[in-house]
Write a protein that binds this ligand. Structure first.
Ligand SMILES: [Zn+2]
Length: 262
């Protein structure tokens, strides 16, 4: 019996951060993320920018993920398809110029989405999109176009303790997903709260620290594995190493593009 609940390096827990709106406080937040070696995804607005601005943002978000948040931050669920499409594709064009890789993630501006918005996301090549519905748990998304976070950063310290207490439990989900806006850090106390959170969460060998897209990509790679009926041969057609658990005990790494036989 094979189970997917193993992440890079054979780890069983994941932490990710997701920040919206591209405020200048992102620079200080990224300094903190780098100090504690955690990864963030930054959902940025805009549809056109000067060369100078593009270069500045490219440097600011280096090592973290750049992701969509539409051009002008309206309510997608109140828009005709044509506006959702142009708001998303123009945003992608700018962000891809900054990031220099495919920008296929999103967080819904104003947390606004419905079935039509999700259809429009697929048409725009968006593969995941975060909502603003806090679950208070650690479940992986059932639908990546409705990716509900665990909590906003203002509630993260309390949830952090229960995440850390249950690091080895099979009965809770693996993913602690924290979201917010860096412009909500107004006082030194606010920043201190974030640093306390990072001190608790960082540097744990049981946790994979990943961007939103890295989580999506890894889970898709797991699902792409081809496994014989006797569960002794594994073929990994993707370009990344993938881990699975066999018979509730053995953790197996199937190397990128490789086959293993047990
Ligand atoms: Zn926003």
């Amino acid at each position: 019996m094979i189970q997917y609940h193993v992440y890079p390096g054979g780890k069983k827990r994941i932490v990710t951060f997701s920040y919206d709106d591209g405020h200048e406080n992102d620079a200080r937040l990224i300094e903190l993320f780098n100090k504690y070696q955690v990864k963030g995804t930054f959902h940025l607005n805009g549809g056109a920018a000067s060369e100078e601005e593009i270069i500045k943002r490219r440097a600011r978000y280096q090592g973290h993920e750049i992701s969509c948040h539409t051009v002008t931050h309206g309510w997608p669920a109140r828009m005709p398809y044509q506006s959702i499409l142009s708001e998303t594709m123009e945003n992608r064009r700018l962000l891809e110029e900054i990031a220099q890789y495919p920008v296929v993630g999103m967080s819904y501006p104003s947390g606004s989405y419905n079935e039509e918005v999700k259809t429009a996301m697929k048409m725009c090549g968006i593969v995941y999109s975060r909502t603003t519905k806090n679950t208070g748990n650690f479940q992986l998304p059932e639908d990546f176009l409705e990716w509900h976070p665990s909590c906003h950063h203002r509630n993260a310290l309390e949830l952090c303790d229960s995440f850390l207490e249950k690091l080895d439990s099979q009965w809770v989900g693996p993913l602690f997903y924290i979201w917010g806006h860096s412009h909500e850090f107004r006082t030194e106390q606010d920043w201190q709260m974030m640093e306390t959170l990072l001190q608790k969460l960082a540097g744990n060998e049981k946790i994979w620290y990943a961007t939103n897209f890295e989580i999506y990509r890894y889970m898709m790679a797991q699902k792409a594995l081809l496994i014989t009926a006797d569960e002794k041969r594994f073929y990994n057609p993707t370009s990344m190493n993938v881990w699975v658990e066999k018979d509730k005990k053995e953790i197996i790494c199937i190397p990128a593009g490789g086959t293993i036989c047990l």
